[in-house]
Design a protein around this ligand. Structure first.
Ligand SMILES: NC(=O)c1ccc[n+]([C@@H]2O[C@H](COP(=O)([O-])OP(=O)(O)OC[C@H]3O[C@@H](n4cnc5c(N)ncnc54)[C@H](O)[C@@H]3O)[C@@H](O)[C@H]2O)c1
Ligand SMILES: O=c1ccn([C@@H]2O[C@H](COP(=O)(O)OP(=O)(O)O[C@H]3O[C@H](CO)[C@@H](O)[C@H](O)[C@H]3O)[C@@H](O)[C@H]2O)c(=O)[nH]1
Length: 331
């Protein structure tokens, strides 16, 4: 019998790409999303059940109706700056929202969850690459709201037997190679889509947030991971829990760091067009470098990124943005 997975936040960026991978692997998908920051047209691989994480009755209804085998939990707010200005919004939506979800799981007897955590839970690491056992000391409410969830998950295992895989993503980037779905955030704050905006829109200029960091060219270094590689890791985590695997936590990154300037140059190389830019002040809360050790995910889950070469990440993102422009022009 086809197994059902309930995907919270499946109308968003990482969630929709993961749904594509789950559908290709034969899962039946139910997307639970309130569309606050997601997109109806991204729900292409299963049914949309509109609902809010904070709505216990609606959650119970979804669990009763679909009886999912497992939950993959992407739904959250994810803007660092917004979390600094409105911490309550983040603790309510991300932390309390997950508590509500776990209560509904416990009630329904669904005992497996995969959770979108983040490298923002590490704060400013003292060693590189970052391994899962390093100290977690978030420097903003967004990261803290996610760290709390990691702890809450362990308590729900003790109390209700719910096993979890926590996946700490580094920087998600790129788009589905067929251009069906891609990165759409409103407002867009992420580096690669903004570089592409600079290529496509004559009036847009990228601001590089600081060139005086202690890095090889003075700009921040991040570990960019293709969204389809992230999707594959979720699929492997589903199989792992389904096969009886114990609760665990994994970094998802490539192990390679790329600076902001290197991304700008790569976008110019891939698109053949200049990225207009200026140097601005540092953005508060930006650590100089974040690079994953993804050795554990390789060893335990058998996961390896295969689409995360920077030029491929940018080429797929560019392709999606061109199609998106075409779609907007046709409206
Ligand atoms: N994009 C990244 O680089 C990145 C990196 C690390 C971790 N993450 C985490 O991955 C997850 C997905 O990120 P994304 O970039 O796809 O975000 P996104 O904003 O594109 O998607 C989030 C989805 O969750 C939904 N949602 C939010 N609050 C909800 C609620 N209360 N009830 C129901 N649905 C709700 C939104 O409508 C949206 O569809 C998030 O949990 C984020 O914290 C993302
Ligand atoms: O206009 C811009 C936007 C970004 N950057 C820089 O580009 C890098 C990447 O920034 P961005 O794409 O905004 O990603 P992060 O701030 O690294 O955060 C992303 O990656 C985190 C994990 O690293 C996740 O937790 C967050 O949800 C996700 O937004 C950083 O050094 C930024 O300072 C600029 O210089 N100019």
């Amino acid at each position: 019998m086809t197994k059902t997975v309930l995907v919270t936040g499946g109308a968003g960026y990482v969630g929709s790409h993961s749904c594509k991978a789950f559908a290709e692997a034969g899962w039946n998908i139910v997307v639970y999303d309130n569309l606050s920051r997601g997109w109806r047209d991204f729900v292409q691989f299963g049914e949309l059940f509109e609902g809010d994480l904070l709505d216990a009755d609606r959650l119970n209804e979804a669990f009763q109706k679909f009886k999912p085998e497992a939950v993959v939990h992407f739904a959250a707010f994810a803007y660092v700056g917004e979390s600094v200005d409105q911490p309550g919004l983040y603790y309510e939506n991300n932390t309390l929202g997950t508590v509500r979800l776990l209560d509904a799981m416990a009630k329904a007897g669904t005992d497996k969850i995969i959770f979108s955590s983040t490298c923002a839970t590490y704060g400013v690491p003292t060693e590189m690459p970052i391994t899962e056992s390093m100290r977690q000391a978030p420097i903003n409410p967004y990261g803290m709201s996610k760290l709390f969830v990691e702890k809450v998950l362990d308590d729900y295992e003790t109390a209700h037997g719910i096993r979890s895989v926590k996946l700490r993503y580094f920087n998600a980037a790129g788009a589905s190679p067929d251009g069906e779905i891609g990165e759409r955030h409103d407002p867009e704050t992420h580096l690669i889509p903004l570089c592409i905006e600079g290529v496509l829109n004559d009036t847009f200029k990228l601001t590089i947030f600081g060139d005086d960091f202690d890095t090889r060219d003075g700009t921040c270094i991040r570990d960019y991971i293709h969204v389809m590689d992230l999707a594959d890791a979720h699929l492997k985590a589903l199989d792992y829990l389904g096969g009886g695997g114990a609760s665990d936590v994994f970094n998802l990154g490539t192990g390679t760091g790329t600076s902001v300037l290197e991304i700008v140059h790569a976008v110019e190389r891939v698109t053949g067009k200049p990225v207009p830019r200026e140097i601005g002040p540092r953005r508060p809360g930006d650590p100089p470098a974040l690079i994953a050790s993804a050795e554990k995910a390789a060893r335990v889950l058998g996961w390896k990124p295969v689409q995360s070469d920077v030029d491929n990440v940018i080429a797929t993102a560019y392709e999606w943005h061109l199609k998106e422009l075409g779609r907007k022009a046709a409206l």
